[in-house]
Design a protein. Sequence first.
Length: 690
Amino acid sequence: MRSLGRPYWVLLGVLGLIVGVAALDQLFPPPLSRAAEVSHVVRDRNGVVLRAFPVEDGRWRLPADLDAIDPDFVQALLAYEDERFYSHAGVDVLAMLRASRDNLASGRIVSGASTLTMQLARLIEPRERTLAAKLLQMIRAVQIERRLSKAEILEAYLTLAPYGGNLEGVRSASWAYFGREPDELTIDQIALLIALPQSPESRRPDRRPQQAVAARGRVLDRLASIGLASPHAARDAALDPAPDRRAFPALAWHASEGLVREQGVHAGGLDLVSTLDFSLQTALETAILEELPGGDEESQLAVLVVENESRAVRAALGSASRARPGGWIDLTDRARSPGSTLKPFIYGMAFDDGLAAAQTRIADLPTRFAGYQPDNFDRTFRGDVTIAEALQHSLNVPAVATLDGVGARRFSAVLGFAGAAPSRRRTAGHDDGLAVALGGAGLSVRELAVLYSALADEGVAQPLRWLEDMPTAEGGFSVLSAESAVEIVDILRRAPHPGGRMPANLTRAAPDIAFKTGTSYGFRDAWAAGVSGRYTIIVWSGRADGAPRSGLTGRAAALPVLFRMFDRVEQFDPSPASVRLAEPEAVDAPPTLDRFAADAAPHILFPPDGAEVWADRAGRGFVLAAQSSQAVTWYADGQPVERNAVGDAVWVPGARGFYEIEAVDIQGRATRSRVRIRGAGEAAPRGQGG
């Protein structure tokens, strides 16, 4: 071994040292995770910040992106703090020698030699300022340089740099002191953002404006001396007062919070681009404060604006004021009694079923429906009216009679398939009663927006879109046929307008609104839902705790707000909002629909047309079910179906294959469904067990 000589041992020692250092580097990596713990940000569809969320301890730490930061600021920062940033490996030896010389000559510390990488090391691992801490920073800086690119190091520093109080990062400081992103900065703003991290608490503009101005002035002088600012501009900028601290963006408070919650909390922070529009959201949040009733300090308003073609939510106001009771709750997402707002869909389904047309006459007279006797809001009855008149004047008895013909359970099921399932109190069980026509089940503003935007899109319901990168749903669910949807919209746009409002056809450039109001029992909820051109708007008014408000109806408390919201939307998108539907030609109802008859043809509930039914054994029987106001006789492929001891029609198919089931009432009206029976030896149809 001695023959190997001294160089061998030196080389072996060097290699051992390298291996040891590499092992220590892997065993004790720099804690870079703190730079990834940043504030969540929600933007509008054009990238404008709507709301930012603080991290732990209420600190604002917005992630830095060099592509979105003024390059003049970056150039000035490097020239002032670390001129050899792109050439050193974390520690600037030349800067350390210079600082040592200057400090020895002065007998005190007059300059430092910390690179931006070393400062980043101190930010991610704070320690008291000692010689040992400085040595550790140097080691950490070298480790960081091995792991991150120069751009990533700079972004991490600009994310964590302290700017006083709970502000961390250049973006947070720019928002707090200038009210915007640091994408374009003036020379005095650049100088202030460079000066603050050096001594953030003693130079806070909001607490110590004189010290902030003085520090900014020193940076300006330095920038002028190295040619990054003209002496004249530096002198002028030094005279500007220190900026006051501003509030962080807090628009779309409820919607932004909901988006962050739904997307989940990630260590890297969320930067979500919503479908909301900054300008429209700002305008409506300002306008809604004027709409609050002055005599009731507990009333709230909630508004949703949806673009019909894409189903993108363009503005969302969960409450009118967080200073009022319930203002912190997103009231667009709470189920409330919808009052009469579902009546258009009851009549639309009756149109589809062939039960009625717009000019079909129906009785508005005291009527009892199996123990349920509805009354009109004004407690008066109008005798014979058309379906169109019944809908325009929101008459209750005709709506309940029509729902009785359509079928309450079927109606609720259709709404559920559309994404707006009516909710009921637990005490109601699974009852799908006729009271749903008058608000006897709960819906939210969002669910009602799904339904009314379907009216504007030929009856096709699709989910609302809240994120720009969320694809538009394909297909959707047809609540109504296109013809019925157009007919309902035409009826609604001819409803009596609110007081003081001229009908759109008599007003130049006014939005032509098809609308429906609703008022729940005890005046707890006031609604107005409208469709005009490209947009659907839903307005809810009430108290967050559901307490009654005497005399405040949908027409009085919500409809005027709806019209003024449409006026605001028109200011931002005038041409589409002003599109008017063509004047329809007057069409008489077919003779068979001249008068509404609730006892329509039977509606087969089971098995529905086109169904595949799984028979798990030979001889398996199936109970047939239909909705009908009269007794029904059942046939399977033309053969009568026998009834059991309790009166149920039980069909026992003979073999696998296709069958035609027919339900015939005592007047001879028939409904058919074609079904397929499948059984042992076949793969079970989707959704059924074997």
